[in-house]
Ligand binder design. Structure first.
Ligand code: SF4
Length: 375
């Protein structure tokens, strides 16, 4: 079956400015587009057998001045002047492109690139533009579940506090979580074994422009906070050796069957996450968290640049901000606001003089960090 292009051309609107042609020549270097014919028959097109299907094709929609190029995903979904905008960071890979989330009435309609010369210039990849879809997916976790029964947060308080007070056996973070959440999870661990997640998970094919092979937004954060990832065999052994509850935050380590089996055999597993998956299926207690669009936080991109993102849409069902759940699990000594969490995080990152609540618009490059280069 012929693949559908992501961009649709309405030729009658085109004013032949040639911006889209230049984009494909000068930015992606793929040169799919050209101006064909002469005089009043001139039109934008592709050569026979060629499609506009590079990783960045939807940027031509942004730079078309007359709306002749439109996105198949977004066109006619919403009148654009009805959309509200929130600044954010793409969670699709380790580059951390700066984005704008366009949303209305709790629903995200599109992601657009936001200018940051140190990270993504004016562009973002097509895959990144679709990162809003999991927010509205059918497999969202929207209510707590204890042993497959729906539960209420209030009823879980005593269960959770007895598990935490009797000591956790292992805590497992994920490169999809924010720095604040990683910091809180580590603080919560006490004497429990620490793991940053399943090594080598969420990898794909990268390119030379923006898209990184590491499809997580914060693997650098695990490194900064000393949360080492483990391969599947090591993680399965750590689960078997865990003397107490295993607390998993985000990600899907049970996508590996050895890890899934170890979790099921352990039988005392809490999963705090946003989507139903193999790890949720192996957990005895499920706590619904929030996606990146439903909470605020900070990611460290592959170059060690700290970039903040803010909440754009309401959480679904009984889902809670993950940092709030983790502070509640931490008891009376845990910080009670995101600001207080960030103050503690700044000390842990040896950035005590830095206000992480007010990061610069282009992000904060840690010492030794490099910029994204020319994009
Ligand atoms: S390059 Fe990575 S961070 Fe940038 S838009 Fe694509 S997936 Fe998102």
């Amino acid at each position: 079956m012929k693949k559908e292009t992501k961009v649709i051309l309405d030729k009658e609107r085109c004013v032949l400015c040639s911006r889209c042609v230049r984009f494909c020549d000068e930015v992606t270097g793929t040169s799919e587009l050209g101006i064909y014919n002469r005089g009043n028959r001139a039109e934008i097109g592709t050569a026979p057998g060629v499609e506009l299907d590079n990783n960045y094709s939807l940027n031509t929609v942004d730079i078309c001045p007359v709306g002749a190029l439109t996105s198949r995903d977004f066109r006619f979904q919403k009148r654009v002047w009805m959309l509200k905008a929130a600044n954010s960071v793409c969670p699709g890979c380790a580059t951390g492109c700066n984005v704008r989330i366009d949303h209305e009435a709790g629903r995200i309609y599109r992601l657009k690139p936001r200018y940051n010369p140190d990270v993504n210039g004016r562009w973002m990849c097509d895959k990144g533009r679709m990162e809003y879809k999991p927010v509205h997916a059918d497999n969202r976790l929207v209510e707590p579940r204890l042993k497959n029964e729906t539960a209420r947060w209030a009823d879980l308080k005593s269960v959770l506090s007895s598990k935490i007070s009797s000591g956790l056996g292992l805590v497992v973070s994920s490169a999809h979580q924010s720095l604040e959440e990683m910091f809180l999870l580590k603080s919560l661990a006490g004497t429990a074994a620490l793991c940053g997640g399943l090594a080598g998970s969420d990898m794909g094919e990268g390119d030379e422009l923006l898209l990184n092979a590491d499809r997580t937004p914060n693997r650098k954060g695990l490194e900064l906070l000393g949360l080492p990832e483990m391969d599947a065999a090591a993680l399965a052994s750590a689960i078997k050796a865990a003397n107490g509850t295993v607390l998993i935050h985000g990600g899907n380590p049970a996508s590996d069957s050895a890890v899934a089996e170890a979790l099921k055999a352990h039988g005392d597993v809490i999963y705090l996450g946003s989507h139903d998956n193999e790890t949720a299926a192996a957990a005895t207690l499920i706590l619904p968290g929030a996606t990146w669009a439903e909470k605020a936080g900070i990611f460290a991109n592959k170059d060690g640049r700290l970039q903040g993102f803010s909440q754009s849409v309401a959480r679904q069902g009984s889902g809670r901000e993950d940092w709030r759940v983790l502070t509640e699990l931490g008891g009376d000594d845990a910080p009670t606001s995101l600001k207080a969490v960030r103050d503690g995080l700044a000390i842990a990152l040896e950035l005590a003089d830095t206000n992480l609540n007010k990061l610069p618009a282009r992000g904060l490059a840690l010492e030794g960090a490099t910029s994204g280069g020319d994009v």
